[in-house]
Design a protein around this ligand. Structure first.
Ligand SMILES: N[C@@H](CCC(=O)N[C@@H](CS)C(=O)NCC(=O)O)C(=O)O
Length: 200
């Protein structure tokens, strides 16, 4: 299988961390693909034109990042990233939803700041920045400085926090988020998180 990815995409990082956590690194090759490129490679795999996408020989490609992670969890035996007991599953999925929302707001904000100044929406930029601030504060309220198992919620949280730190460092440590900084220091010591750091 082949993962269309990029070293800076937080959504792709979520999948790359999952691959390592599940021990599936040797079943999937990771290929850099530019969703903004004109070569049509990404759109051929995902009509939405987004990465990550997982190409499977002779079978339909899988997107988006959450579906890929659920598929990988299943082929690794199931129940590790997406726990089966309902209360654990819902807890992991809500943490995942929070982190995914922070990634989406952060990605939108980064893309908006790349537009010409006159074309930018101050309203949306401030709304996304607020969502990131509240999202990080909510993460810092959650228990899990030593999260075990490292489920899909913690994996997404690592990808989200890492992306904000990488692209929007001025938003990365809102006042009152000290517990999240502690969590992030511990999370970065995991081989899966360390190996997928964005470049630079
Ligand atoms: N919901 C998707 C989001 C993926 C996404 O937005 N990827 C970005 C790269 S970080 C992308 O390909 N954007 C291209 C676009 O929005 O046209 C997922 O979780 O996989």
């Amino acid at each position: 299988m082949q993962l269309l990815s990029s070293p800076t995409s937080p959504f792709a990082r979520k999948v790359r961390i999952s691959l390592i956590e599940l021990g599936l690194g040797d079943r999937v090759s990771v290929t850099d693909a530019n969703p903004m490129g004109e070569d049509g490679v990404v759109a051929a795999a995902n009509p939405l034109g987004k990465i990550p996408a997982l190409l499977r020989p002779g079978e339909r490609a899988i997107f988006d990042s959450t579906v890929i992670c659920e598929y990988l969890d299943a082929i690794a035996g199931g129940g590790r990233l997406f726990p089966t007991p309902l209360s654990l599953r819902v807890d992991a999925l809500v943490r995942h939803a929070l982190a995914q929302g922070v990634m989406e707001a952060a990605f939108s904000l980064v893309m908006e700041t790349r537009r010409e100044e006159a074309a930018r929406s101050a309203y949306w930029m401030s709304r996304w920045a607020e969502a990131i601030r509240r999202g990080l504060l909510e993460m810092s309220k959650r228990e899990g400085v030593d999260p075990s198992p490292f489920d899909i919620g913690w994996i997404a949280q690592a990808a989200a926090v890492g992306y904000v730190e990488f692209r929007l460092p001025h938003l990365a440590n809102p006042e009152g988020s000290g517990a999240l900084s502690d969590w992030w220091i511990a999370a970065q010591a995991r081989p899966s998180v360390a190996a997928t750091r964005p470049p630079g």
